[in-house]
Design a protein around this ligand. Structure first.
Ligand SMILES: Nc1nc2c(c(=O)[nH]1)N[C@H]1C(S)=C(S)[C@@H](COP(=O)(O)O)O[C@H]1N2
Ligand SMILES: [Mo]
Length: 243
C-alpha cells in the first residue's frame, strides 16, 4: 500500500466506514467491477480518493529513471503497416455520448495545447520508472468534441483489441490525465505505447493503455466486454487502481 493509499484509508476510517459507504452510493462512487455491492476495500478506496482528491506527484528532471518497457509491440498486421508508414495515418477516433463525433490525426493532436509532466509509472507487478511525458490533456479533446450531459465514463481502446479500459469523468477531466505522444524528449517509443498512449498517473500502470486508437463516451459500462469497465477486472485486477 502506498503512503497516499494508507493516508486515504485512514481518511476513510475517520469518516467512518458506514458513512463512507453511504456517500459512495449517494455519489455514484461504486466501481463498476464491484457489482453494485459496496464493499470492501476497493469501494472504500475509490470513494475516499474521490472525496479527498489530489494530484499525482510530479518530479524533477534529475529524478527521471531508466524506463522499462513491459510486453512486446503488437503483433497485429494493422500495427505493423502503421509502423512502416511512420504512423502518418494513425488516428484517434472519438464516439459515443459526444456532440461532434470524429477523429483526430496525430498532427492535429500535436497542434493542441500540450502538457509536459514528469511522473511515475508503476506496475502492480512491482517495478516502476519515472519519465517525462508530453501530450494533450484528455480534457482538451473532450472539450473539442463536446461531452453530452449524462456521460459518466470514457472508455479507451487500443489497436490491441483485448486491451481496453475506462475511467470516470473525474479522472478524465483531471489536468494530469494526458493522451501522450512524447516521452523523455522524443516521440513516444513503440515499447511504451507509441505513437499514442493514455497516461493516467493517478492510477497503476495497467490503466495506461498503449497504442491508443479511440475513445467512447458512455453512461453504461455494461455494454463493453464483460461489463466490468475494463479488460483488467476480467483478468483479476481492480477497475479502480488509484495509487
Ligand atoms: N495496449 C496495451 N497497453 C498496456 C499493456 C499492454 O500489454 N497492452 N500493458 C499494461 C501494463 S500491465 C503496464 S504495467 C504498462 C507498462 O507500461 P510500459 O511498457 O511503458 O512500462 O502498460 C499497460 N498498458
Ligand atoms: Mo502491469
Amino acid at each position: 500500500m502506498s503512503t497516499r493509499r494508507k493516508w486515504m484509508a485512514a481518511g476513510a476510517g475517520l469518516i467512518g466506514a458506514g458513512v463512507a459507504a453511504r456517500l459512495a452510493q449517494q455519489y455514484g462512487l461504486v466501481p463498476p467491477d464491484q457489482g453494485g455491492l459496496y464493499g470492501p476495500g476497493t469501494t472504500l478506496t475509490y470513494a475516499a480518493h474521490r472525496l479527498l482528491t489530489s494530484d499525482a506527484r510530479e518530479f524533477d528532471k534529475s529524478q527521471i529513471t531508466t524506463p522499462f518497457a513491459n510486453g512486446r509491440p503488437p503483433r497485429e498486421e494493422a500495427f505493423k503497416i502503421h509502423q512502416a508508414a511512420g504512423f502518418a495515418d494513425w488516428r484517434l477516433e472519438v464516439r459515443g455520448m459526444v456532440e461532434r463525433p470524429g477523429s483526430f490525426a496525430l498532427a492535429e493532436l500535436k497542434s493542441y495545447p500540450s502538457r509536459t509532466q514528469i511522473t511515475h509509472l508503476a506496475c502492480e507487478e512491482g517495478w516502476s520508472f519515472i519519465a517525462e511525458w508530453v501530450g494533450v490533456p484528455l480534457a482538451h479533446i473532450l472539450q473539442r468534441v463536446g461531452v453530452l450531459p449524462g456521460a459518466k465514463y470514457v472508455v479507451y481502446h487500443s489497436i490491441q483489441p483485448r486491451r481496453w479500459d475506462s475511467i470516470d469523468m473525474d479522472e478524465a477531466m483531471h489536468s494530469q490525465t494526458l493522451v501522450t505522444y512524447g516521452m523523455n524528449g522524443g516521440d513516444l517509443p513503440v515499447g511504451h505505447g507509441g505513437p499514442l498512449r493514455m497516461r493516467v498517473p493517478r492510477q497503476l500502470g495497467y490503466k495506461n493503455i498503449k497504442f491508443l486508437t479511440g475513445l467512447t463516451l458512455t453512461n453504461d459500462l455494461s455494454k463493453f466486454g464483460k461489463g466490468l469497465g475494463s479488460s483488467s477486472p476480467e483478468a483479476g485486477y481492480a477497475w479502480y487502481a488509484g495509487i
